[in-house]
Design a protein around this ligand. Sequence first.
Ligand SMILES: *Cc1c(COP(=O)(O)O)cnc(C)c1O
Length: 326
Amino acid sequence: MSDRITLATWPTPLEPMPRLAAALGLGEDDLWVKRDDLIGLGGGGNKVRKLEWTLGAALAEGADTLVTTGAAQSNHARLTAAAGARAGLDVVLVLPGTAAEAAQGSGNLVLDSLFGARIHWAGDGDPGTLGQAAEEVCARLRLGGARPYAIPFGGSSPLGARGYVDGGEELLGQLPDVRHVVVALGSGGTMAGLIGALGQERVLGVHCGAVTDPVGTVAALVTELTRRPAAPGSLRIRTDQVGAGYGTLHEPVLEAMRTAATTEGIVLDPVYSGRALAGLIAAVRDGGIRRGERTVLLHTGGLPGLFGHTETVRRTVAALRPHSSG
Ligand SMILES: *Cc1c(COP(=O)(O)O)cnc(C)c1O
């Protein structure tokens, strides 16, 4: 249907995590991390693989402006801004909140600004309103003579999800006997694409609370992507790491972040990749993942969001360990 463009250097590294594996009670070479956080565009993260497809389509259509939506700390919005800069396209981000609130902002907003994106502040942040606000932004851009291209929330169209069919195939080339791939489930495109490459049995999604119906969302994307009906009942999705909701700090997630950081020097984020590891740890505890089974944690990025997450910043700084030499 369209041509993928190249936005980064592939493949991303796949690294063994023996100390993290031992901390979890797994064998030394059972656990690997696929470093999509190290994708070399815009601070890295999983949204770049999807943008290679959606930007390809935008350029093929002759678009000059990208329009997308997300939370104020959206990694997808930040990476759309970076990809637009790389491709020479204008970018308008439709974000919840107001300019006054954003003046207190940090994390991804710092990078959105550096990449030169323009922000349309949509006020009240219900996802439904954001989609409508994005349509209005596109209509106004067209009236002004621009050629906008709208990318859905999280970049998770069936086209965008093809980026993770690529990602899954890349991983199979690195670790053919992979048994489990554990991934944070936000808008669902990453999990759906991985299933396209690896099948339903090998992909474990950890719901982050970003959508109301994670099973239906992923099943619909898989069906469109593979042109075969997905079996929603056999999708492996954990919903036990949402806690008080999307964007909140869930205690086992902070624990998981500390474990990854202290055993391997790897930084996860409180909204997505930390939830993925917390779900992996829970799966080891309840027998869903066993010793001797090759397991990959997909590191989807999110580091800028960590610094924009007030509660995580407060909790971790409060826990700084004093050293007294006396
Ligand atoms: C968006 C995002 C995810 C989830 O990916 P989806 O394709 O939206 O499900 C996971 N981790 C990070 C850091 C993200 O930004």
